[in-house]
Design a binder for this molecule. Structure first.
Ligand SMILES: Cc1cc2nc3c(=O)[nH]c(=O)nc-3n(C[C@H](O)[C@H](O)[C@H](O)COP(=O)(O)OP(=O)(O)OC[C@H]3O[C@@H](n4cnc5c(N)ncnc54)[C@H](O)[C@@H]3O)c2cc1C
Length: 306
């Protein structure tokens, strides 16, 4: 295990971007939960990102790339390693004709706005997904029958050996909420291709999607969206609701009364509260229906126990 002083030395001599020590991750997750990361790093540009990844890989420093932390449960003890944050510098969006290139640290929302203003249609159904472009690619985010893969052409990734790679959509073998991108590869940017669309109609479609979300989802409370993936032929929310678990609470973590597949932080929930509630839901749904629910949210800092 690399100690903190070594981590600082290893990174500080390799990179130019800002390094912050002991950054609380609760401020970077939509759950508002999570202990500190040993280091938080803003790469200055793609070369800096590559240099940082390479230095960490060579010296065995654990790395985690965060998007907007909207699908993430971070342990109360935090993360012993370096969190790479692309939200400061990897946010550019540019395009020509039907093609758009978006930095991985930018918001999916900003990409949708860019597209709507230019009549580039295809992602209207993704309105309201609060994550980054990179997180959306990694998880093949989607809603209302549409997914990121529908419009993805290719991604540029930074690799732990310091190189950059372009991977086509086919090479990513994207499926429901998963991508065959190696865990250590970092999406730096993504290229998409859209259809011509009417900006007014597209905006209206986005508004309709947002209204459906407001109606069905507990958006006024901290959460990480759907906790579990859809099991084959069913819905996690239906199973949890029919198991009578709406409102079930451990500490300040509660199964939402509005949408059973959301866990909400009703006050100052700890990561252990949320984790215990997830385990409880899985156990009870399995006992009742024989279905094993697979978490959709990602865990950080829990070791292999998650
Ligand atoms: C209210 C609410 C509603 C939601 N609705 C939806 C929905 O309708 N559909 C849906 O799919 N999701 C939904 N989500 C979940 C979440 O917004 C998506 O999964 C989103 O794609 C996560 O992006 P992020 O940037 O927040 O990723 P994070 O939570 O920060 O990270 C998630 C994973 O992606 C990885 N990652 C992030 N950036 C990169 C990168 N640049 N390169 C490589 N890996 C990276 C992380 O390492 C981590 O493993 C919702 C969440 C909330 C809070």
């Amino acid at each position: 295990m690399t100690v903190k002083t070594d981590m600082f030395r290893i990174l500080n001599r390799a990179v130019r971007g800002r390094l912050i020590e002991d950054e609380p991750l609760s401020g970077h997750t939509s759950f508002r939960i999570g202990g500190p990361a040993d280091f938080w790093f803003h790469p200055k540009d793609i070369e800096d990102l590559s240099a940082g990844l390479k230095a960490c890989a060579e010296d065995g420093v654990p790395v985690f790339v965060i998007g907007r932390g909207t699908n993430l449960l971070v342990a109360d003890a935090g993360f012993r390693g370096v969190v790479f944050d692309l939200a400061e510098t990897f946010t550019g969006i540019s395009g020509e004709g039907p093609e758009v290139n978006a930095g991985a640290g930018g918001l999916l929302w900003d990409l949708l706005d860019y597209c709507a203003a230019r009549g580039l249609s295809g992602f209207e159904a993704l309105a309201g997904i609060p994550g980054s472009v990179g997180g959306g690619v990694r998880l093949n985010a989607g809603a209302f029958g549409r997914e990121v893969r529908d419009r993805l052409v290719d991604v540029t990734t930074a690799e732990p050996d310091g190189t950059l790679t372009v991977r086509t959509r086919d090479a990513l073998a994207m499926e429901y909420r998963r991508t065959a991108l190696p865990e250590a590869s970092v999406v730096a940017s993504a290229r998409f291709s859209f259809e011509p669309g009417d900006p007014l109609r597209m905006k209206a479609e986005q508004e309709a999607v947002l209204a459906r979300r407001r109606e069905k989802q507990p958006l006024s409370m901290p959460s990480a969206g759907s906790v579990f993936k859809r099991p084959p032929g069913d819905f996690a929310g239906r199973l949890i609701e029919d198991a009578g678990l709406k409102g079930l609470r451990i500490g300040d973590a509660m199964v939402s009364g509005k949408h059973a597949n959301f866990i909400v932080n009703v006050g100052s929930a700890s990561a252990s509260d949320v984790k215990a509630l997830i385990d409880e839901i899985r156990g009870r749904v399995h006992a009742r229906f024989g279905v094993t629910l697979e978490p959709e949210i990602r865990f950080l800092g829990f070791g292999d126990a998650a």
